[in-house]
Design a protein around this ligand. Structure first.
Ligand SMILES: Nc1nc2c(ncn2[C@@H]2O[C@H](COP(=O)(O)OP(=O)(O)OP(=O)(O)O)[C@@H](O)[C@H]2O)c(=O)[nH]1
Ligand SMILES: [K+]
Ligand SMILES: [Mg+2]
Length: 370
């Protein structure tokens, strides 16, 4: 039996199983089986094969943003509107068949924006160019889920589902669970808070399904079975921020626009009428957690011409990250830094490598005397 068929079978069994205290262990086990099968689906095909043609676009700039959405929602029009690159747009579906990179320069940062083919239901199982699109999505620092404002809620759910099923978690953080495999003593289960979804018995069943017989598990939050499986499967899980971009608002009423704009992490735009495009770029900047830092040499004024760009997801906002951007070895020669700006209490505050910088701080780095 193929992997897909086995997944279907488990789905069927889960839908037939009543949800109650007596069955939660069994349901947990089924979920673990399903997660394992899905992990198998994601493994690269045996015997090489290499990257799919047209998707081999290198990372460039300070951050990478992927446009993901159904066909003809306006992804290519969006890329052509906010970058100098022209990506073919047309009224028919699957106009775009490869990954088209464009660049947005904003507040001194270089942001790589990737136009992609539309994805459809079943993309995660390889329909259309779904696998390749999802692989690019997984490599992004931010996903822009582009939605047609007229058909938005159903599309949003379907795409979220496709991405979920291959281990991409949008706007979620990794659950606060410690999980360590051990050599003996069985499955030890502890928590620092009251748990309403998990217990020792369920944890043991799930671990055994993964052939893990000795482990130390500590829950620091009231996490669910699915979140626990995410931790076991952590090499197949990606936690990626997402903005929901509702395009074609020129086709809907003001009331409808208001409703969409009020949702979490949403931005409403019209590419054709150039509505809200600057605001979209600002929101991308914010969601990426980008921070500008200006450097200053002793005795000189700060260099405001070219900031260092620190990114939340890649290296964080510490002085150490700033050092590494200037020079690979600077952090090891570091003596101290003086910082001016929002991250400090007073001007020219002396700081160490771990100090967290804020947007538009000025930093002066002093090296050890050798
Ligand atoms: N009314 C309206 N139409 C738009 C807007 N943006 C794009 N379109 C139209 O939507 C159609 C599809 O646009 P594309 O940019 O090709 O869409 P896509 O998402 O790249 O499509 P695929 O590459 O086929 O997945 C085109 O006819 C565009 O002119 C908009 O803001 N308002
Ligand atoms: K199209
Ligand atoms: Mg397109």
């Amino acid at each position: 039996m193929g992997v897909l068929e086995r997944i279907k079978e488990i789905e069927l069994e889960m839908s037939r199983t009543q949800k109650n205290k007596a069955t939660e262990g069994h349901l947990g086990l089924l979920k673990a089986r399903m997660a394992k099968l899905k992990a198998q689906l994601l493994e690269p095909p045996k015997g090489g094969g290499g990257k799919a043609e047209g998707f081999d676009v290198g990372k460039y700039g300070d951050a990478r943003v992927a446009l993901i959405g159904f066909p003809s929602v306006g992804k290519s029009t969006l890329l052509s509107t906010v970058t100098p690159t022209q990506s073919e747009a047309a009224a028919y579906e699957f106009t775009t068949l490869t990954c088209i990179p464009g660049i947005v320069n904003y507040k001194g940062a270089t942001i790589q924006l990737l136009d992609l083919p539309g994805i459809i239901e079943g993309a995660s199982e390889g329909k259309g160019r779904g696998r390749q699109v999802i692989a690019v999505g997984r490599s992004a620092d931010l996903i822009l889920m582009v939605l047609d404002a007229q058909r938005s809620s159903e599309q949003k759910e379907k795409i979220t589902q496709e991405l979920e099923s291959v281990g991409i978690r949008l706007n979620q953080r990794r659950p606060d669970i410690t999980f360590q495999k051990k050599a003996q003593n069985g499955v030890m289960f502890n928590s620092t808070c009251q748990l309403t979804h998990m217990n020792q018995e369920i944890a043991r069943k799930i671990c055994h399904e993964y052939k893990i017989f000795h482990a130390e598990i500590l829950f620091r939050e009231d996490a669910t079975v699915d979140q626990f499986i995410d931790i076991i499967e952590k090499k197949n899980r990606s936690y990626i921020p997402c903005l929901y971009v509702y395009n074609k608002i020129d086709n809907i009423s003001i009331e409808e626009i208001n409703d969409l704009a009020r949702q979490d992490d949403s931005v409403v735009i019209s590419c054709n009428m150039q509505l809200n495009m600057d605001y979209l770029i600002e929101r991308i900047w914010q969601k990426l957690g980008l921070v500008r830092v200006y450097t200053k040499k002793p005795g000189n004024k700060p260099d405001f011409s070219q900031p260092l760009i620190l990114t939340e997801r890649r290296d964080g906002h510490s002085i150490e990250a700033a050092c590494t951007q200037i020079h690979r070895e600077l952090a090891s020669d570091f003596r101290c830094a003086f910082v001016w700006g929002k991250s400090t209490k007073h001007y020219a505050q002396r700081c160490g490598l771990k100090h967290q910088l804020c947007d538009e701080d000025v930093v002066q780095i002093l090296k050890k005397n050798k």
